[in-house]
Design a protein around this ligand. Sequence first.
Ligand code: AMP
Ligand code: ZN
Length: 135
Amino acid sequence: MDCIFCKIMKGEAPADIYYEDDHAIAFLDANPANVGHTLVIPKKHFETIDKMNKIELDKLSEAILKISKGIMTIADGMNIIQNNKEVAGQAVPHVHFHLVPRYKGDGYSLGWKREKKITKKENNEFLKKLKEVKI
Ligand code: AMP
Ligand code: ZN
């Protein structure tokens, strides 16, 4: 499979991997938003988070938690971002969590405008659909 993150995981493509366990690796993002911007990925290839099962996500969470503790001792804060599908900004189709250290005065603010007027009807339709799928 031609997946850049699978290649990094197998050592077939370069990356600054700084954490590894049986289920996950973490490495620095090649195009970082801030110093220490880290990607945590499962070793197994899943395109999106919904393809994972609970155990697989639990294992990944262990790595995310460890790295979060490290980042939070160094930085002033942190954003965790996880994109699924192109429409949501996913460029690499292998599940990854962005752990972005935040530093006072770094000048970022998250870009959710919250200007959409969502009606009660739209919310109810969404909740009705959600009830119909098995989650
Ligand atoms: P996303 O838009 O959520 O799919 O994020 C993909 C991230 O992967 C981007 O922040 C890229 O900078 C990063 N990225 C892509 N290729 C590499 C690579 N070879 N090594 C490290 N980071 C990468
Ligand atoms: Zn992959």
